[in-house]
Design a protein around this ligand. Structure first.
Ligand code: ARG
Length: 576
């Protein structure tokens, strides 16, 4: 049930009946304060202005036309013409009941779209760094959310697997591994890359050989393709360990690296020229865009092919957008890439639209995010200034969680302790990132993320366990709850109202790619449950009917917490 959508629809119709033009925005929102009802319609003022009517008078006519009997118990006109809507507890009770018995918490089936999600995108022969961590975690939450709603999601791991660096990597590989015919063993990829780069910069003969290899590789030489493919594979095997550990749904099948678009690049450049979009400029092929200005205030030139014939990151992203529409059949493409690449993407997509490669009906969305900072407000690095390896980061999270949980549960069984530390530590690293608005920089802070109080993973995981345990203590199964949900107490109604806002929340997350909205919702829900629980005895309720009704509320809360956390990729446990 999407209450916001239902009320919007009804207020819209009433506005039209009251004389407003079709399509007038009713501006229905959840009210910030209980005294303004559960929802408010704020669209009357703007509509009245257009119609030249007194807003309160229009509000009265709209209220007369509202067909919300049985859904809204009371409407009030407030201030200059706000309409406050108070939901009917009986209707809410019925909806709660429905949600409890329906699959997926009773959400309305969606019109299925094909949505490509570009995320993670590490680079070959390099460790994944913290920027890839943000993209991986946030992108995977978006993927899970969209799949939960019923969309067809295509995960696109745009791995950096192409470019001139492969010449030096292959040359170095030949030197360090005498036999390159078998399986590659490169335990320290980062060091391998660094050594190759050093030799390339300092050894002229090596650099010459590396350049020769690039030409061979790009020409499709079987031997070089083979070594290249092994380098990609060894990198992705290592990254897979991180994905699995993080409970991220990416697999090797999802790799759609930069190399995939390589064959498309010559045609694209030729086509851009034929369409008059690209021109020769100082030997390179350039698209000049009026939409972007350089320092001199002139149209900015975006190079699509270099003087030496090489293609660029932008050329690849042009081809990639085209491919996602034409070949994958995307209705929407979401890119989880840091905000520093915004201009790059906007330029690529401006060219894509001008060339007609992707129609306007297909949305290309940059779901950007800020940097990950250390507690000192500087980019997150090791003390020596190096990049932090993800594996080390997760090891530290685990050790910290283990100490913390063992301190709280001195008698806990060792296996249980370890499993709990795993779930809490991974949850903490992910939730800390997911719970903050992605567009801003994010400060990585161990103490905050592992706190058992506040909007953190341990708190939310604990909240779930606690609610679920109430139901377990009742020693009943769902089928034994035969009495209907009744909402007599304000705390019960407040909880039920929030439970019924799950669909609104997940719809927002799916539209905007903002998992923090789900985190905030779940955190609020857990708080409302706590005050309901303090105020309304469940197992010791006055009558069996009340007990059953409250157990149903507890059950739906537990389910909502679990499924909501599930859409974020955060695991829960039954005992904590
Ligand atoms: N590999 C790139 C990086 O590490 C990110 C790629 C993002 N996706 C894209 N379609 N450009 O910065």
């Amino acid at each position: 049930m999407n209450i916001q959508a239902l009320l919007s629809e009804q207020v819209s119709q009433a506005l039209v009946a009251a004389g407003a033009p079709n399509g007038t925005d009713p501006q229905v929102r959840q009210s910030a304060k209980a005294q303004f009802g559960d929802y408010q319609a704020n669209g009357v003022m703007a509509a009245a202005k257009k119609l030249g009517l007194a807003p309160r008078q229009l509000a009265e006519t709209v209220v007369k036309h509202l067909a919300l009997e049985g859904i809204v118990a009371k409407t009030e006109i407030a201030g200059p013409g706000f309409i406050n809507l108070f939901l009917d507890p009986q209707w809410l009770a019925q909806q709660t009941e429905r949600a409890l018995n329906a699959p997926k918490l009773g959400i309305t089936p969606v019109t299925q779209q094909t949505i490509v999600v570009d995320y993670s995108a590490p680079n070959v022969a390099k460790e994944m760094h913290v920027g890839h961590l943000r993209s991986t975690i946030i992108g995977d939450a978006a993927v899970r959310t969209l799949e939960f709603l019923g969309h067809k999601v295509i995960r696109a791991n745009h791995v950096g697997d192409w470019g001139t660096q492969f010449g030096m990597l292959i040359a170095h590989l030949e030197d360090v591994q005498k036999d390159t015919s078998g399986e590659l063993v490169l335990p320290d990829l980062e060091a391998f890359y660094r050594e190759a780069k050093l030799r390339y910069d300092e050894d002229a003969a090596f650099a010459e050989r590396a350049r020769h290899y690039v030409v061979k590789l790009q020409g499709g030489d079987v031997y070089f393709r083979e070594l290249w493919s092994k380098l990609v594979d060894v990198t992705m095997t290592q990254n897979q360990l991180t994905y699995d550990r993080l409970n991220v749904t990416l697999t090797k099948k999802d790799v759609m690296g930069e190399s995939l678009y390589n064959a498309m690049l010559p045609e694209i450049v030729a086509d851009l020229k034929a369409k008059g979009l690209a021109v020769e400029s100082e030997g390179a092929t350039v698209v000049f865009l009026d939409e972007f200005k350089n320092k001199e205030g002139e149209p900015m030139g975006v190079i699509v092919q270099k003087k030496d014939g090489g293609y660029l990151y932008t050329t690849t992203d042009i081809a990639c957008a085209k491919y996602r529409y034409e070949t994958l059949g995307a209705n929407r493409v979401l890119y989880y890439i840091d905000s520093r690449q915004h201009q790059h993407l906007m330029q690529a997509w401006t060219i894509v639209r001008k060339a007609g490669y992707v129609p306007e009906s297909v949305s290309l969305e940059h779901h950007m995010f800020g940097m990950m900072l250390g507690k000192d407000g500087k980019p997150f690095k090791t003390r020596a200034g190096g990049t932090i390896k993800l594996a080390d980061l997760l090891d530290e999270a685990y050790e910290r969680a283990l100490t913390l949980i063992a301190g709280k549960n001195p008698d806990m069984d060792q296996d249980e302790l370890r499993e709990l530390a795993r779930v809490v530590s991974i949850g903490a690293v992910k939730y800390a990132d997911l719970s903050k608005s992605r567009t801003t920089d994010y400060v990585f802070d161990w103490d905050n993320m592992l706190a058992f109080e506040g909007n953190t993973a341990p708190y939310m995981q604990y909240a779930y366990t606690r609610v679920a345990s109430i139901f377990k203590r009742a020693n009943l199964d769902k089928a034994a709850l035969t009495q209907p949900v009744v909402l007599n107490d304000g705390k019960e109604t407040a909880l039920a109202t929030r439970l019924m806002q799950f669909e609104e929340t997940i719809t927002t997350v799916a539209r905007e790619g903002t998992p923090h909205v789900m985190c905030a919702y779940l955190y609020d829900l857990a708080g409302l449950f706590s005050s309901f629980y303090e105020h309304c005895p469940i197992l010791n309720a006055d009558s069996d009917a009340v007990r059953q009704s409250r157990l149903k509320l507890a059950l739906l809360t537990a389910e909502t917490l679990k499924q909501g956390l599930g859409t974020l990729g955060i695991e829960t446990v039954d005992k904590m």
